[in-house]
Ligand binder design. Structure first.
Ligand SMILES: [Zn+2]
Length: 188
């Protein structure tokens, strides 16, 4: 099996510029990849499975990253199973870990969303903050250019761990803001 095929079956996401490879949000460098690849050639053991466990440990510590990583992990599991680089037992175990991660994430959301929303609301209600953001964005909605009913939006939504800081705020009119809802969209 060639290296590029191995990477594909292992579902690495390659960043061309930096030559870094990502598994979910977990990045490893080229030398580590080669080590994993040689290990796979010599023993048939796919150490990428270990990364799945690492990702799961990350979820336990930071439940908010679950959403970003879940679809990626789902996809890679399917792919690895199809290509028989993962055995069935481990696949089932991974599925179980994902379910656990999902429950953990939902509990975290429940626990945090109320307080987070209040904190965020307090932050963007501050007069100085509002004035600064509106002025910086020329008193226009960055999406539709309207100058009516302006509001301040968290670019990365607070329930996706977006921070209460200037660099995470943008001016949107109320209508564009409600269309954006809690999606991530940077109009600047
Ligand atoms: Zn607008």
């Amino acid at each position: 099996m060639r290296l590029d095929e191995f990477l594909k079956t292992s579902n690495y996401y390659v960043c061309e510029n930096t030559k870094h490879y990502f598994i979910g949000n977990f990045d490893v460098n080229y030398i580590e990849i080669n080590k994993l690849y040689n290990h796979f050639l010599n023993t048939g053991e796919n150490l990428i499975n270990n990364y799945v466990k690492l990702i799961h440990l990350q979820w336990e510590e930071n439940p908010f990253i679950f959403e970003e990583q879940k679809h990626f992990l789902d996809y890679s599991l399917e792919m690895m199973r199809k290509l028989s680089v993962m055995n069935v037992d481990f696949y089932i175990e991974c599925r179980f870990l994902i379910k656990k991660g999902y429950d953990n994430y939902n509990n975290w959301i429940l626990k945090n969303s109320g307080k987070k929303r209040r904190d965020a609301q307090n932050f963007i209600s501050r007069k100085k903050i509002r004035e600064f953001i509106f002025k910086r964005d020329n008193y226009r909605c960055l999406c539709c250019d309207s100058n009516k009913k302006l509001s301040i939006d968290h670019i990365i939504p607070v329930n996706k761990n977006g921070k209460n800081k200037i660099s995470n705020l943008q001016t949107l009119c109320k209508s564009c803001n409600s269309k954006k809802s809690d999606k991530y969209k940077d109009y600047r």
